[in-house]
Design a protein around this ligand. Structure first.
Ligand code: PLP
Length: 422
């Protein structure tokens, strides 16, 4: 491991100064077993993918069966039962008229496809000027060049590339009368050049774990309808139970025209993403003109192993009380994190579904905080000013108690790390 490690380029890290990554030997349940023998309780479920915990035997068995039958075939001109069945199930679960699934292999690419679909939807109708999107402050939609441009340009992690990126319209979420009026003004000025509006429903994840109410989505749907635009929900973070319903938008009763899914789609086992469109969008491509086809097709599109894993994950949502577990987890996170709220270096504590957030105030030593969490026996990886918990829905009572106790202890004891901004 040591020999090879110096050839690996790590994500989101200044490698010269960051602590080296921890070698992992095994995972199970909500546990990460380190190569040095330490065991960590995982508070983030590997970027909130492993919703059933690690190594769920039902997903492992389904992947093994699929591996023997057929790991992968190209999706151009060929198809297979796991992909077809998964598409049918996703559409049935999503409802809202969403009925066509385009597979990709990462969340960023699923968003790229959604953007491409929306722009070409207008091109196919002869509208050549609708090439921009309206997205929101605090938003995060991926790391590729197309998706970086719809992240929050100020707060996000991609401000460096400003000049390279397409210029979209970045607006405040319509949380109240003031921000709604601001958004309405932006739409008056820009609606004619917009393909659509792109939003993470209920929770803006990697942009700061910012939450908003379902009325925000209803306002967006009404505005999109008034201006005849397309509404795109990025449910890559929120999808598959994380906010308390299978999909976050169910809580608003306001369906999108296109939705993106990934992260927990395969229960944290294999990379897979989906962009799902409604009939209106799909019909925009249905034509005798070959030039109206969606010209996209990732090499590993519809990977059979990943589709088998996703089908097994959906089986678990059907067979086991996942949403009830999310509800119980939500209450436990609220009760557990509440005692951080009054600390002078804590700005806010908030919980939605199985997402618990402690937002810190001012500057502090992030590396030291991360190290203390590991020393306390938990895997929690704060970013920016955000300490967040997105555990597996199946985390057992002992591990959850240990996790909450450790996080609260570290946050309460971090007064010496917090340097309030001047
Ligand atoms: C993680 C994430 C993405 C990007 O997914 P990748 O698989 O990392 O490319 C996009 N949107 C949201 C909301 C996400 O949470």
């Amino acid at each position: 491991m040591d020999d090879g490690a110096r050839h690996v380029w790590l994500p989101y890290a200044q490698m010269k100064t960051a602590a080296p990554p921890l070698p992992v030997a095994r995972t199970h349940g909500s546990r990460i077993e380190l190569a040095d023998g330490r065991s960590l309780v995982d508070g983030v479920a590997s970027w909130w993918t492993a919703c059933h915990g690690y190594n769920h035997p039902a997903i492992a068995a389904a992947v093994r069966r699929q591996l023997d039958a057929m790991p992968h075939v190209m999706f151009g001109g060929l198809t297979h039962e796991p992909a077809a069945r998964l598409a049918q199930r996703l559409c049935a679960l999503l409802g809202g008229g969403l009925e066509r699934v385009f597979y990709t292999d990462s969340g960023s690419v699923a968003v790229e496809v959604a953007m491409k679909m929306a722009v070409q939807y207008w091109l196919n109708r002869g509208e050549r000027r609708r090439t921009r999107f309206l997205a929101f402050r605090g938003g995060y939609h991926g790391d590729t060049l197309g998706t970086m441009a719809v992240c929050d340009p100020e707060e996000g992690m991609h401000s460096l590339f400003h000049g390279l990126l397409a210029e979209h319209v970045i607006a405040p979420l319509p949380r109240d009368a003031g921000s709604l009026a601001q958004l309405e003004r932006l739409l008056e000025n820009h609606a004619h050049e917009l393909a659509g509006i792109l939003v993470e429903p209920l929770v803006q994840g990697a942009g700061g774990m910012l939450m908003h109410g379902p009325e925000v989505l209803r306002r967006l749907r009404a505005l999109v309808d008034r201006h005849g635009l397309l509404l795109i929900y990025d449910e890559i973070f929120t999808g598959f139970g994380r906010t308390g319903t299978l999909f976050a938008f169910e809580q608003a009763g306001a369906a999108p025209d296109i939705v993106t899914l990934s992260k927990a789609l395969t229960g944290g086992t294999l990379p897979l993403a989906a962009t799902v469109a409604n009939r209106r969008v799909f019909d925009g491509f249905w034509s005798d003109d070959p030039g109206h086809a969606l010209m996209h097709g990732p090499t590993f599109m519809g990977n059979a192993l990943a589709c088998a894993a996703a089908n097994a994950s959906l089986d678990l949502f059907e067979q086991e009380p996942r949403l009830a577990q999310v509800q119980a987890l939500s209450l436990a996170l609220e009760a557990g994190l509440a005692s951080c709220a009054h600390l002078p270096w804590v700005r806010d504590v908030r919980v939605l579904g199985a997402i618990g957030v402690v937002e810190l105030d001012g500057a502090f030593d992030k590396e030291a905080l991360r190290a203390r969490l590991v020393e306390a026996g938990v895997w929690v990886r704060p970013f920016g000013n955000i300490v967040y918990l997105t555990p597996a829905f199946t985390i057992d009572a002992d591990d959850l108690a240990f996790l909450l106790d450790a996080v609260v202890r570290v946050v309460r004891g971090m007064g010496d790390l917090a340097r309030r901004a001047p």
